[in-house]
Design a protein. Structure first.
Length: 271
């Protein structure tokens, strides 16, 4: 009983601090915003809020089931190139169920990149200035990477582009760039508040055997419901010593073909 009382007091002070810091936001900012474009059920969204992953459909398999329904619009980029590029995220993805194209926004200050095929280098540039923000040599077997700490800081509400470079290429001008945008500061703050509320709710429920992986999956589910796939995948890949279920999910993601036979998409986009 005392344990529950202490947990409730802890959550009360946490939420008080959150509301004080976010006092510039309307009150509803602390309420989890349901994504109208989400194809998850009301039960799944409620599970994310309550933090009851073990008692609800969800978890890594839920994220995989949603993510596999996305395709790179138009298939592989660079159709005229000898080596086609399949960059999965960050970037806009087509939902093959309703044919709408999702946002290319990134919440975290270090974008997570996922691709298919073997490449020797990744580059990120500032769209406005053309400045190279970050460049990294890749292992041919590598399929993902987190934006490096040695790179120049990615600023809120700025547009960036990234590309993958094959080994031995001499015609860099033919390699396509894929655009993404960092969120505005107010959007990032709102999501930070919502994530804090979710994590406080999980602490209040006091799930037996709660692990760092469970928390990462709950955060990933939240980002998946917002169609923020770079952030959702960053959470999954950040888990040290992942469970067999999570390892299987990551393997399924990396082996899935996101770039061929993409269905035609509507011209309107979700920004």
């Amino acid at each position: 009983m005392n344990k529950i009382k202490i947990a409730k007091n802890s959550v009360f002070f946490t939420l008080s601090a959150i509301i004080f810091v976010g006092s510039s936001f309307p009150l509803h900012a602390v309420t989890i915003q349901q994504n109208k474009q989400s194809d998850s059920s009301e039960l799944e969204r409620r599970c994310v809020w309550q933090g009851l992953r073990r008692k609800c459909p969800g978890g890594a398999s839920f994220i995989w089931d949603r993510f596999r329904r996305r395709k790179v619009p138009g298939g592989s980029r660079g159709e005229n190139n000898e080596k086609k590029t399949c960059t999965v995220t960050p970037g806009r993805l087509a939902n093959i169920d309703n044919r709408e194209v999702t946002t290319s926004k990134v919440w975290g200050d270090r974008a997570f990149f996922l691709w298919q095929g073997s490449w020797s280098q990744i580059e990120v540039i500032n769209v406005r200035s053309g400045e190279v923000m970050w460049s990294q040599t890749l292992n041919p077997e590598q399929r993902s990477i987190l934006y490096g700490e040695e790179g120049k800081s990615l600023q809120p509400d700025r547009a960036y582009e990234w590309r993958l470079v094959p080994a031995g290429t001499s015609q860099l001008q033919d390699i396509p760039w894929i655009s993404f945008r960092m969120m505005r500061e107010d959007e990032r703050n709102r999501i930070a508040v919502e994530l804090a509320v979710i994590e406080s709710g999980r602490a209040l429920v006091e799930i037996e055997g709660e692990t760092a992986e469970d928390t990462a999956i709950a955060r990933s589910e939240y980002f998946a419901n917002q169609e923020l796939w770079s952030d959702a995948l960053r959470e999954l890949y950040s888990v040290e010593n992942p469970s067999e279920e999570l390892r299987d999910t990551i393997e399924q993601i990396e082996e899935h073909d996101f770039c061929s036979s993409a269905a035609p998409v509507q011209s309107s986009v979700i920004r």
